[in-house]
Design a protein around this ligand. Structure first.
Ligand SMILES: [Zn+2]
Ligand SMILES: [Zn+2]
Length: 147
């Protein structure tokens, strides 16, 4: 992991910019109805990260937070782009959205940690056509977060 180079992401309007200093332990694609509605998309993709490895370099004051049961969702108040999520159940963890990374930046997670979750809730519009594991509901991480 020593070879991991920091990666960068930002919201659509550019007000909020962040840097990630460690590879993600896992990435998942969530098809639950909450994620679909929060993002207005067929599914939402998250990269698991310990909070201290994400530096919000610009625009932290421009983030708004929506609270749902057990979770906080941080998005740019100007453009509405969702960037981060935190769960009351996992203090110290902050998921970020790898979809907003700079072009060609990769979260660095082990490919075996990537999965689809809550596929039982997926939209009828959606066809999952990759070979990643699919779980009906939540699939707890089977790898420890990187230190
Ligand atoms: Zn923005
Ligand atoms: Zn979800």
């Amino acid at each position: 992991m020593a070879s991991f180079q920091p990666i960068f992401g930002h919201c659509e309007c550019g007000a909020v910019r962040f840097k990630v200093n460690q590879p993600s332990a896992e990435v998942y694609h969530c098809h639950c109805t909450r994620c679909r509605r929060l993002h207005g998309t067929l599914f939402a993709t998250y990269a698991f990260m310990m909070r201290e490895h994400i530096e919000i370099e610009q625009g932290e004051e421009n983030l708004s937070t929506y609270r749902s049961p057990n979770a906080r969702w941080h998005f740019c108040r100007t453009c509405g782009c969702h960037l981060f999520a935190e769960s009351d159940r996992k203090p110290g963890v902050m998921w970020y959205k790898p979809a907003v990374l700079e072009q060609d930046a990769h979260p660095g997670h082990p490919k075996t940690s990537e999965k689809h979750i809550f596929v039982s809730s997926k939209s009828p519009l959606e066809t999952i056509s990759d070979d990643l594991p699919q779980y009906e509901g939540y699939a707890p991480a089977d790898v420890s977060p990187t230190a």
